[in-house]
Design a protein around this ligand. Structure first.
Ligand code: MRU
Length: 366
């Protein structure tokens, strides 16, 4: 996608793969800065500190982390130690283990001298596949949005289709295009009249910082709302559809995504607003069924709740304290939306009901 007319991806190779460049997402929206990853410790740090974030991008970064480790030392011991360090960075998004396992399984069978190049090729393939999957999600999601626009009551037809999204499931969370935002970009480019309600997504504000930034760059009309406004907007008929991303989807279609997603799904059910989840197959954990009991939820630092960062009028970016000095904070980063609250899963293969049967039919040959 483009920033100021220039095409960007979130991650790229420098010097033929000697090191890796990424967009430093901690600095957005106030500054567009590059960050460089020279070894697997840097890759682990970038994931842990959320310099890069979003399930698909975490997976790709980890794959390149293994490549960097094997460039320095292609031994089994080096592979295992880099694997352990990278997998421990964030527990919830399944893409992390999926991509680490994919690269390490491939290189283990190779002679030492071939491992680093093979890891590079596989990490490149994971990145390219992610772009293709996200674009296909965009195409399938566009059909959903077109249908919803067409089915609007006659008197509402010239009004924009109001889409609500939570967190950032845009191109910054992937390599390019995004998941939940891909259908939105496709719809905007196809000339569909749309408007996006952007949940700010406390505590790290991925909505108000990253989603708002992305939509602004693409010229998509949007409005930032506080996380608690969604239910009210739905009651007032101001939300036509919700599309969110996923960090891990179980084999029966339960979806784990950024904290607050579940409350949006509940309000959507109560107000008959369609609630879609957009995800590539790399986000499906086929080995688990029950999202609530089987997905580990990351608990992050309480300081993310108790403090907040923003730009002062003089342009300086500062972090400030929000709560009384002695406050405790609790910061679970994700929640689980049960499949019964989900209208459909928008995948690279098409739209599936959020059910074991739906997913297994869509992916029956894999
Ligand atoms: O904590 P984050 O910012 O990594 O969480 C990201 C999300 O929850 C996204 O919605 C999810 O990864 C899907 S992104 C394509």
């Amino acid at each position: 996608m483009k920033i100021n007319g220039k095409a960007w991806r979130t991650i790229w190779l420098e010097q033929n793969g000697a090191y890796v460049g990424v967009i430093d997402q901690r600095k957005l929206p106030h500054k567009l800065a590059k960050h460089y990853i020279y070894n697997h410790h840097d890759a682990a740090e970038a994931i842990q500190k959320m310099i890069v974030r979003g399930a698909p991008l975490i997976g790709v970064t980890a794959a390149y982390g293994l490549m960097l480790a094997l460039q320095k030392d292609p031994s089994d011991q080096s592979l295992e130690s880099a694997f352990s360090e990278l997998i421990a960075t964030r527990p919830t998004a399944i893409n992390l283990q999926w991509s680490l396992k994919r690269v390490s399984k491939l290189v283990k069978s190779l002679p030492l001298a071939k491992r680093a190049k093979a890891a590079q090729k596989e990490a490149d393939a994971i990145a390219e596949e992610d772009v293709l999957m996200c674009e296909a999600i965009g195409d399938h999601g566009l059909e959903v949005l077109k249908k919803l626009s067409k089915d609007k009551p006659l008197e509402m037809r010239n009004k924009p289709l109001n889409i609500l999204t939570h967190c950032n499931a845009g191109w910054l969370a992937t390599v390019d295009w995004g998941t939940a935002l891909a259908p939105i970009y496709k719809a905007h480019r196809a000339g569909l009249k749309i408007h996006v309600w952007v949940d700010e997504t406390r505590p790290r504000n991925q909505g108000s910082s990253l989603t708002a930034y992305e939509l602004g760059c693409e010229g998509v009309p949007y409005t930032v709302i506080v996380d608690n406004a969604g239910g009210h907007l739905m009651q007032k008929g101001l939300v036509d559809v919700i599309i969110v991303g996923s960090d891990r989807t179980t084999s029966r279609g339960d979806v784990c995504n950024k904290i607050g997603t579940y409350l949006k799904a509940l309000a959507a059910k109560d107000n008959s607003v369609p609630f879609y989840v957009a995800l590539p197959s790399s986000t499906i954990d086929w080995l688990i069924i029950d999202g609530l009991n089987e997905i580990p939820i990351e608990n992050r630092s309480s300081s993310e709740v108790l403090r907040i960062e923003g730009k002062l009028d003089n342009g300086e970016v500062r972090e400030i304290q929000l709560c009384p000095d002695s406050s405790n904070g609790f910061n679970p980063a994700f929640d689980v939306t049960p499949n019964r609250l989900i209208s459909g899963l928008i995948t690279e293969k098409g739209i599936s009901p959020a059910s074991k049967l739906g997913l297994s039919q869509l992916y029956k040959n894999e």
